[in-house]
Design a protein around this ligand. Structure first.
Ligand SMILES: *Cc1c(COP(=O)(O)O)cnc(C)c1O
Length: 376
């Protein structure tokens, strides 16, 4: 059996090696390493795929979030509402810009931000909401957009984990994750659903003015060369990464289908087991399974992971510590017990290997081993 990994980037690469190698060599031959034609070509393809007017490439997903908040003109002290159950980057950029992160709890089934909790957290200082489409499934965007409209707030979608997912509105219409709020942000970190071979990120918007401002901020606050009207940053996607992404974008939907097939296999094995709760499939989003995350019940999670590891199966906890209990983010406004759903999830979730190259034999080995422990 092929060695099981959380993400098998090598097998994925080998399947498209010729195309990727050719694209990389074309960029090297051209020596247009920064802002070259490969970046524009990828940007156009992604705009078309997402059905969005503007894609602004940048250096990584964290920058995408930071640049978005800068381009919206958020000011120190402005409150930004986000989820307590996410990767740290979401709250990190809020703190770095001296904005005030306001955390809210999540839905126990979808792990995504709870819109009622969002509404309760709004104050006169609230300026923006940052929903995260966690693990590959959209947050409840229709409800969030309604709240944002009512209170005149910006919505920045953290779409680092759900690129390619569709959000399905109550009238049946669909939009791609990340294209619903004023701004969407994504990451092309290698293990993300659309990953490059280094760091990369992008920002999406349909707003003409905002697109202009985002381009200025990522480029040293400069609209005309060497005239700096704003304090900006240097955040670029390099041409080699763009050339790789242009190829991998063509596979994104096929990759999502493979992830879904792996998830279906897991679901079938674990469904109905009283000790394992399979990830809920939210009716308003298709799931692109950035992660396959179980909620364990009444078992020793650390022992389960150790048992899996002893059988050459990796497993991870995303995320073991809620944002409000992270040392760097301790805040007198928050204490243990404030976000009971998030705290319960941090104590009980486990993510299994999830990628585009899992084969039947590997999946069977994983499910049998999990059940061997759980049913012992
Ligand atoms: C990966 C990730 C980020 C950060 O992306 P980088 O490219 O690593 O900076 C932000 N938010 C979420 C939810 C992520 O999963």
């Amino acid at each position: 059996m092929k060695k099981i990994q959380m993400v098998d980037l090598r097998s994925q690469y080998l399947n498209i090696k010729d195309e990727i190698d050719k694209a990389i060599h074309e960029v090297i031959d051209s020596c247009a390493f920064i802002n070259g034609p490969a970046v524009t070509a990828f940007q156009k393809d992604l705009e078309k795929y997402l059905g969005i007017k503007y894609v602004i490439p940048c250096a990584n997903g964290t920058d995408a979030l930071q640049v978005s908040m800068m381009a919206l003109g958020l000011q120190p002290g402005d409150e930004v509402i986000t989820t307590s159950f996410t990767f740290i980057a979401t709250a990190e950029v809020i703190a770095l810009l001296h904005l005030t992160p306001v955390l809210v709890d999540v839905d126990p089934d979808t792990f995504n931000i709870d819109p009622e909790a969002v509404e309760r957290a709004i104050t006169s200082r609230t300026r923006a909401i940052v929903p995260v489409h966690l693990f590959g499934q959209c947050a409840p965007m229709e409800e969030i957009m309604k709240i944002a409209l009512k209170h005149k707030l910006f919505v920045i979608e953290d779409n680092c984990q759900a690129i390619g997912a569709d959000y399905i509105f109550s009238d049946g219409s669909r939009k791609k994750a990340g294209t619903i709020g004023q701004i969407g942000c994504t990451s092309f970190f290698p293990s993300k659903n659309l990953g490059c071979y280094g760091d990369g990120g992008a920002i999406f918007t349909n707003d003409d003015e905002l697109a202009k401002q985002l381009r200025v901020v990522v480029n040293h606050g400069m609209a005309m060369r060497y005239y700096h009207d704003y304090v900006g940053v240097n955040s670029r996607l390099d041409s080699i990464q763009a050339a790789i992404l242009k190829i991998k974008l063509q596979y994104l939907d096929r990759y999502a289908a493979k992830r879904r097939a792996a998830a279906d296999h897991y679901d079938k094995a674990f469904k109905g087991n009283p000790k394992l709760k399979i990830p809920a499939r939210y009716s308003r989003s298709n799931h692109v399974f950035h992660q396959y995350t179980l909620v364990t019940n009444d078992i020793d999670r650390a022992a389960l992971i150790a048992f899996l590891n002893s059988k050459e199966i990796p497993a991870m906890i995303y995320y073991p510590v809620p944002l409000h209990l992270q040392k760097a983010y301790l805040d007198p406004r928050y204490k243990p017990g404030d976000f009971p759903v998030t705290e319960h999830l941090s104590d009980s979730v486990v993510s299994l290997p999830m990628h585009t190259e899992l084969d039947e034999e590997q999946l069977q080995h994983i499910t049998r081993t999990v059940l061997e422990f759980v049913n012992a």
